[in-house]
Design a binder for this molecule. Structure first.
Ligand code: MSK
Length: 667
C-alpha cells in the first residue's frame, strides 16, 4: 500500500519512476534517504568549501580565505589561488589513490590466477599477448600463465618504482602527446610516488605556485588514467573476458520476489566474479531451495554492477543515488560491499528490514554491518560464506515492494575492441569507418557522458544531455553510474536510434549498435583514452587527442575520482564539461582551469549548468574542432545502399557480435 510521502522540498525533482514508486510505499516510510538529509540540513553548502578556499593543512588555521581581500589570506600568507590549487591537487591525489589501490588488488588477483590459485583463468589470450608487447614480455612458445605471471610481476613493480622512467602503460598514448608530457616533465612515474609527491607538495609551506602545483596534479592523474585505471581494465578483461555486446536489464525491477536477492556494491570485480561462480553451484542452489526460494538472483549496484553487467549480463539494480532505494524495497537479503561509493547510510536503512550489509574488505568496514573477509586465495569459499548468510535471511523477509515495471532492456559490452570489430568487421577491425563517418559528417563527433549521480541535481540530467547529443548526430560513450542512468532512460538500446539525428541513425542502423555505447565502469574510462588514441592513429582527424571532435562530461560528479578523471582527460588533450568546480573562490586559478590550460594541454575544463547548456557547449566545442580540421562543411547525405552497409559494418549486427541473453543465475 502506498503512503503519501512527498517529494522533498529543496531537492531537485525526482523523475526516476522506480525511486518514486519505492519511496511511496508504506514499508519505506521510515527510511531516511540522502534526499531527506538534504532537506533536513536546511542550509546551503559551505561557501569556502564550495569555492575551494578553506585551508586546513596546518594548525594555524583552519583559514577561510576571501580572494582579493587583503586580511583574508591564510595565516601563512597563502593566497586563494594557492589554497584552491592545493585542494584541487589533493582531490586528484585521492581519486588517483582510489583507482590505484583498486588496480593493485586486480594485479594481485591476476598474479594469483596466473599461478593457478583461485577460481579464475586467463580468458583473453589475444589481449594477454597485446599487453605482453607493451611490457616487453616474450610470448613465443610460452604458456599463457607463464606470460601472465611475468606481466603481473612487472605491473606490480610499476606502482612503486623509484626511478624516473615513465609508467609502462603510458607508451600507448599518441606520440605527439607523449612528446608534450616529456617537454612539460609530467610523464607519470611510479604512481604511488606521484600520489605521495602530490601530498607532499600541497603540505604547508611547500609548492606555492598554482601552475606548478597543477603540473603535478596532471602527472598524478595521468598516472591514474594511463597507468592504474588502464592496467586494471586490461587485466580484468584478460581474466574475466573482454566485454562483447550482450543484452541485459537495469533498474530495481530486476529484483525477484521468489528468489534470494543479493546486490553487489562497490568496485573491485574479483569478489563479484567469485559470487557469480559460487551462485551457480549446486550446493548453493539447493540451499536456496531449502530456504523456500526458487533461486539466487545477483544484481549489481554502482560500478561493481557495471563490471558484471558488461562481462556476464548480470543486471544492475541501482546506480549510486539508488543504493538506499534498493534496500527500501525490502526485497534484498544481503548487500555485499567492498570499496568506494558505499554510503554509510545503507547500514541504517538496512535496520528497517531483514537485510544484512556485508563488508568484505579490511580497508572498508562499517558500523552495524557484518564483516566476512574476502580471501582471494579461497575466493569460492568466501563467496559461499557470504551466500549462505544471505540465503539464511530469505525466510526473514517481510513485506516487500519490487517496482516490476521498471526493468529496462540494455545492450552493453562496448569495449574498445568491440567498437573496433563492429565498425570494421572481425577480419579488418579498425576505426577507419568511424573516422570516415566523422569526416563525412554523418557523425558530428563523440561525446562521453561519464561519472557519478548526485542527489543535488536533477536525476534526469544524463538523459537530457544524451538526448540532445544524439539528436545532433553526436555518438555518445558512457561509463559508470552515468551509463546506468542512461540505461534506465532506455537510451542504451538499439531502439534509441529513433531519437538520433539522421546521420548517426544511418550509421547505427547499418552497424546495429545503439547511439549510446556502454563502455563499463568508472575505471573503464581508460577505454575511452584507448579509443581516442586509435582514432588519432587511424588518421584524418589530426595527430593528437586534442585535435579530435570529441569531448567528455561528468555533469553529476560526486567522487574525488571524477576530478582525477577530468584532469587526466584534460592533460591528455580532451576537453571536459562539469556542472561546477570547487575552485570558484580563487579567480586566477579558476581561470587557469577554464582558459589558461589550453596553452599547456590544448584542452581545458569547462563549466556549464543544466543539461541543455552542457549539451550545447559540448556541440559547440565539437563544431570548433571540426572547423579547425577543415571538415565543417556539410557533406551531401547519401542513403546507404547494401554495398555501403557491408563496407561499413562487415555485415555484422549485434547478434553476430556475440550478443547473449542476460545470464543471471536462476534455478
Ligand atoms: S560508482 S565513482 S558514483 S560513477 Fe564508480 Fe558511480 Fe561515481 Fe562511484
Amino acid at each position: 500500500m502506498a503512503s503519501s510521502r512527498n517529494q522533498c522540498e529543496g531537492c531537485p525533482e525526482i523523475t526516476c519512476i522506480s525511486t518514486k514508486e519505492v519511496l511511496q510505499q508504506d514499508i519505506a516510510k521510515n527510511v531516511v534517504t540522502a534526499y531527506d538529509r538534504i532537506q533536513r540540513r536546511g542550509m546551503s553548502a559551505c561557501l569556502f568549501g564550495s569555492g575551494g578556499t578553506c585551508c586546513r593543512h596546518c594548525n594555524m588555521g583552519p583559514c577561510q580565505i576571501i580572494d582579493g581581500v587583503e586580511d583574508m589570506i591564510g595565516i601563512c600568507g597563502a593566497t586563494a589561488d594557492t589554497v584552491a590549487a592545493r585542494n584541487f591537487g589533493r582531490i586528484c591525489a585521492a581519486g588517483t589513490a582510489a583507482h590505484t589501490d583498486h588496480a593493485r588488488e586486480m594485479v594481485k588477483g591476476f598474479i594469483a590466477t596466473a599461478k593457478g590459485e583461485g577460481p579464475h583463468e586467463i580468458k583473453d589470450v589475444r589481449k594477454l599477448h597485446q599487453l605482453a608487447e607493451v611490457f616487453g614480455v616474450e610470448t613465443e612458445g610460452r604458456d599463457k600463465n607463464e606470460i601472465a605471471l611475468e606481466i603481473g610481476e612487472l605491473a606490480l613493480a610499476d606502482f612503486g618504482k623509484q626511478d624516473d622512467e615513465p609508467l609502462t602503460m603510458t607508451k600507448r598514448a599518441p606520440a605527439k602527446r607523449q612528446e608534450l608530457w616529456k617537454r612539460l616533465n609530467i610523464f607519470p612515474r611510479g604512481v604511488d610516488r606521484e600520489v605521495v609527491e602530490m601530498m607532499h607538495r600541497t603540505h604547508m609551506g611547500v609548492d606555492q605556485e598554482y601552475h606548478n602545483i597543477m603540473l603535478q596534479a596532471s602527472r598524478c592523474s595521468l598516472g591514474d588514467g594511463w597507468g592504474s585505471s588502464m592496467l586494471s581494465t586490461e587485466l580484468t578483461d584478460i581474466m574475466f573476458g573482454t566485454p562483447v555486446p550482450r543484452r541485459a536489464i537495469v533498474d530495481l525491477g530486476c529484483l525477484k520476489e521468489d528468489q534470494v536477492n543479493i546486490t553487489v556494491h562497490g568496485h573491485e570485480p574479483l569478489l563479484a566474479e567469485a559470487l557469480c561462480l559460487a551462485a551457480q553451484e549446486e550446493d548453493m542452489l539447493a540451499l536456496a531451495k531449502k530456504a523456500g526460494a526458487k533461486g539466487i538472483n545477483l544484481a549489481g549496484v554502482c560500478c561493481t554492477g557495471n563490471e558484471i553487467l558488461m562481462r556476464r549480463g548480470i543486471p544492475v539494480a541501482a546506480g549510486f543515488v539508488q543504493q538506499e532505494m534498493a534496500l527500501a524495497t525490502g526485497a534484498i537479503e544481503a548487500m555485499v560491499v567492498d570499496v568506494q561509493c558505499i554510503m554509510q547510510s545503507v547500514a541504517e536503512v538496512a535496520k528497517s528490514f531483514h537485510t544484512d550489509i556485508i563488508t568484505t574488505n579490511y580497508r572498508a568496514k562499517m558500523p552495524d554491518s557484518v564483516h566476512i573477509q574476502f580471501e582471494e586465495h579461497d575466493a569460492i569459499g568466501s563467496a559461499k560464506e557470504i551466500l549462505k548468510k544471505a540465503i539464511a535471511n530469505y525466510k526473514k523477509r517481510g513485506d516487500c515492494f519490487i517496482p516490476e515495471e521498471t526493468k529496462l532492456d540494455v545492450v552493453v559490452g562496448f569495449s574498445h575492441e568491440t567498437i573496433n570489430n563492429m565498425l570494421g568487421g572481425t577480419f579488418r577491425s579498425s576505426y577507419r569507418p568511424l573516422n570516415d563517418n566523422i569526416i563525412n559528417g554523418r557523425i558530428r563527433g563523440v561525446g562521453a557522458i561519464v561519472g557519478c549521480d548526485n542527489y543535488k541535481l536533477a536525476d534526469d540530467t544524463h538523459e537530457r544531455i544524451a538526448r540532445e547529443l544524439i539528436k545532433n548526430d553526436v555518438l555518445v560513450l558512457a561509463t559508470g553510474c552515468a551509463a546506468t542512468s542512461l540505461g534506465r532512460a532506455g537510451l542504451v538500446s538499439p531502439h534509441a536510434i529513433e531519437h538520433a539525428g539522421p546521420g548517426l541513425r544511418e550509421v547505427c542502423e547499418a552497424v546495429g549498435m545503439p547511439p549510446v555505447l556502454h563502455m563499463g565502469s568508472c575505471v573503464d574510462n581508460s577505454r575511452i583514452l584507448i579509443a581516442a588514441t586509435e582514432m588519432v592513429r587511424e588518421g584524418g582527424l589530426g595527430d593528437d587527442i586534442s585535435d579530435l571532435p570529441a569531448i567528455g562530461t561528468a555533469p553529476l560528479w560526486m567522487s574525488e575520482k571524477a576530478i582525477a578523471i577530468g584532469q587526466y582527460f584534460v592533460a591528455s588533450g580532451a576537453q571536459v564539461v562539469f556542472n561546477n568546480l570547487p575552485t570558484t573562490g580563487a579567480k586566477e586559478f579558476n581561470n587557469y582551469l577554464l582558459e589558461g590550460m589550453m596553452d599547456t594541454y590544448g584542452a581545458v575544463w569547462n563549466v556549464a549548468s543544466g543539461p541543455e547548456e552542457i549539451a550545447k557547449l559540448m556541440i559547440e566545442r565539437i563544431d570548433a574542432k571540426r572547423k579547425a580540421l577543415g571538415i565543417d562543411k556539410q557533406r551531401e547525405r547519401v542513403l546507404f545502399d547494401m554495398a555501403m552497409r557491408r563496407d561499413l559494418g562487415g555485415g555484422k549486427a549485434i547478434g553476430d557480435a556475440g550478443c547473449t541473453g542476460a545470464s543471471h543465475h536462476e534455478s
